[in-house]
Design a protein around this ligand. Sequence first.
Ligand SMILES: [Zn+2]
Length: 162
Amino acid sequence: MEKSTKDKTQTSGNGSSDSAEVVLPSLAELTDEELEALSDEEFLAGQGELLLAEKNLLLEQAASLKLEAERLAQEAEPGEVQFDEESGEGGTTTVDRERNLALASQARAGVDEVDEALRRMAGGHYGVCANCHMPIPRARLRALPYARLCVKCKAGGLSALR
Ligand SMILES: [Zn+2]
């Protein structure tokens, strides 16, 4: 066998010149007026970025919480899950672990909400209140990209329904 240690570092010219640069101002930096002035397309693109960023954050949270829970589970040696009433220490790890698992599932629930919002966006009905079907103000969507209800409905506006 021949050892061919030839460095073939030839950068083959990547001819794809369609680097469509979308110059999007981060929605967070806009005033409410500027936010309202955006076209639907611009606004939705910005919201899409917010949603993806939120999703990544939640996924990271869920993963690290799960990892922490697993670490705690290892510390609390399996097989010795008897409650030691004298030291009472065995329970703390269990509580921490359960708290982590609960937070992790909360984070995953958040991911589901974000995914749902992305589906609504793909389906063209993002930003419409699921209850009263009125458009949700952009400022609210910016603050809560996966909001499903307008403020009125969220505040228990069900009583306003006839
Ligand atoms: Zn509503």
